[in-house]
Design a protein around this ligand. Structure first.
Ligand code: ADP
Ligand code: MG
Length: 346
C-alpha cells in the first residue's frame, strides 16, 4: 500500500515537473527593421524574453551600423568615400575591411560574373534611384570597359579604386549581414531563430523550437506564390531574380542584375537562382553570379567548386526547374506545383 502511495506521489510530481517544463517552452519574439533598402523580419525563440529583447536591439543597431558603413548611396559611408577618392587610397577598418577581401575572392572564383565595380553601370541604368533609363550602346561599351574588379587594390587597412571607377556591395551586403547576425544570435546562446533579411536572403539558426528544420519557400519568379520549399537547419538561402527590381520600357523588361561584360541586364535565360549554403555571403554573392552565368555555366561552376559548399535551384525563363543533387531530401515542390518537372543536376 505504502509503495502504491509512493508511486502515485512520484507520478504526480513527475507530471507536475513535466507541466512546469512546458511553461518554460521557448517563446517567439518577432521584430521588423528597415536596413539596406529593405524590410527585414527577425524571429527569435527563447525562454528568456528579456534576453531576447536585448539581442533584438543589438541586431537592429548592428544592421544600422553596417548599412551606414557599407552603403554606396549613403553620404559618408566607407564605400562612398572610396568612390569619391579619385584613385587615392582610403583608410577603412571593421566590416568593410573584413568583407572586401571575401567578396573579391568571390569575384575571382566566378571569373567576374560577380563584379563589385559594376556600380557606374548600375547608376547609369538608374537602379540606385527612381529615374530609370536605357543607356545607348556606346555608353554601355564605355561602362563595360571600366568594370574590372582586379583593379581594386587592398592594402593593410586601405582600399584603392582607380579614378573613374566605383564599387558597390549591393550584391553581397545582405548576405554578409546575415552571417554576422547569425553569429551574434548563436553567441547569445540562442539556438532557434530565423533571420529574413528581405529580398530573399534568409538565415536559419538551428531548427524550429520543436526540433524540425525550418521550411522556407522559394518564390515563383512568375508570380507571388512559392513554387518549392527548402528545409534548412543552420543554413542560409539566397535568391536573385530579374523580378526583384526592374523597369519596363518599349515592351522590354530591364532588371538590376547586370552582366559585367556588357554593362546591361544579364540575359542568360534564367529568371531566378536560389543558392543554399552554410554561408549567407556565399548565397548572396553566388545567386547574383549564377544568374549572370546562366544554367549551363552555372551548373559547371557548381561542379567545379565543391569547396564553396553550396547547392542551387535554377528557374529558366520558360519555367523549367533545375536543382543540384545535394538538395536531395531537403527540396520539395509546393502545393499547386506538384505536377512540375524538376531536373536534378549531377
Ligand atoms: P538583391 O539585392 O535584390 O537581393 P542581388 O543580391 O542579386 O539582388 O544584387 C543585385 C545588386 O548588386 C544590384 O542592385 C547592383 O547594385 C549590384 N549588381 C548588379 N549586377 C552585379 C554584378 N554582376 N556583380 C556585382 N554586383 C552587381
Ligand atoms: Mg546577391
Amino acid at each position: 500500500m505504502k509503495k502504491r502511495i509512493f508511486s502515485a506521489v512520484f507520478t504526480l510530481i513527475m507530471g507536475m515537473s513535466l507541466l512546469a517544463g512546458c511553461n518554460t517552452q521557448p517563446e517567439k519574439l518577432e521584430f521588423t527593421t528597415f536596413a539596406m533598402d529593405t524590410v527585414m523580419n527577425i524571429t527569435i525563440y527563447s525562454e528568456d524574453q528579456d534576453g531576447a529583447r536585448g539581442v533584438s536591439e543589438a541586431l537592429t543597431s548592428l544592421l544600422a551600423g553596417m548599412d551606414s558603413m557599407l552603403s554606396a548611396t549613403r553620404e559618408g559611408s566607407d564605400i562612398s568615400q572610396i568612390n569619391q577618392s579619385e584613385g587615392q587610397p582610403v583608410e577603412v577598418t571593421g566590416w568593410t575591411m573584413e568583407l572586401l577581401p571575401q567578396v573579391l575572392e568571390l569575384c575571382q572564383a566566378t571569373d567576374g560574373a560577380l563584379d563589385i565595380t559594376a556600380y557606374p553601370a548600375v547608376k547609369a541604368w538608374g537602379f540606385t534611384g527612381e529615374e530609370h533609363r536605357v543607356p545607348p550602346s556606346n555608353e554601355l561599351a564605355e561602362l563595360a570597359a571600366k568594370i574590372d574588379y582586379t583593379a581594386v587594390e587592398l592594402g593593410m587597412n586601405t582600399v584603392s579604386v582607380p579614378a573613374g571607377m566605383e564599387i558597390d556591395l549591393g550584391a553581397v551586403a545582405k548576405g554578409y549581414a546575415g552571417d554576422l547576425l547569425a553569429y551574434n544570435v548563436r553567441d547569445n546562446n540562442l539556438s532557434s531563430a530565423l533571420l529574413d533579411l528581405g529580398q530573399s536572403t534568409i538565415v536559419a539558426v538551428g531548427t524550429k523550437p520543436d526540433g524540425s528544420p525550418w521550411r522556407i519557400g522559394v518564390r515563383d519568379p512568375e508570380g507571388e506564390d512559392y513554387f518549392a520549399v527548402v528545409e534548412l537547419e543552420d543554413m542560409a538561402m539566397g535568391t536573385s531574380g530579374g523580378y526583384q527590381r526592374y523597369f519596363e520600357e518599349g515592351g522590354v523588361t530591364y532588371w538590376h542584375i547586370l552582366d559585367p561584360k556588357t554593362a546591361a541586364p544579364a540575359r542568360s535565360g534564367l529568371s531566378s537562382v536560389t543558392v543554399v549554403s552554410p554561408s549567407a555571403l556565399t548565397c548572396d554573392g553566388l545567386s547574383t553570379a549564377l544568374f549572370v552565368m546562366g544554367l549551363e555555366d552555372g551548373t559547371q561552376f557548381w561542379r567545379d567548386h565543391p569547396e564553396l559548399e553550396f547547392e542551387a535551384v535554377f528557374v529558366t525563363e520558360n519555367g523549367e526547374i533545375y536543382r543540384t543533387a545535394g538538395l536531395e531530401g531537403r527540396f520539395s515542390l509546393a502545393d499547386g506545383y506538384q505536377d512540375r518537372e524538376v531536373t536534378v543536376l549531377e
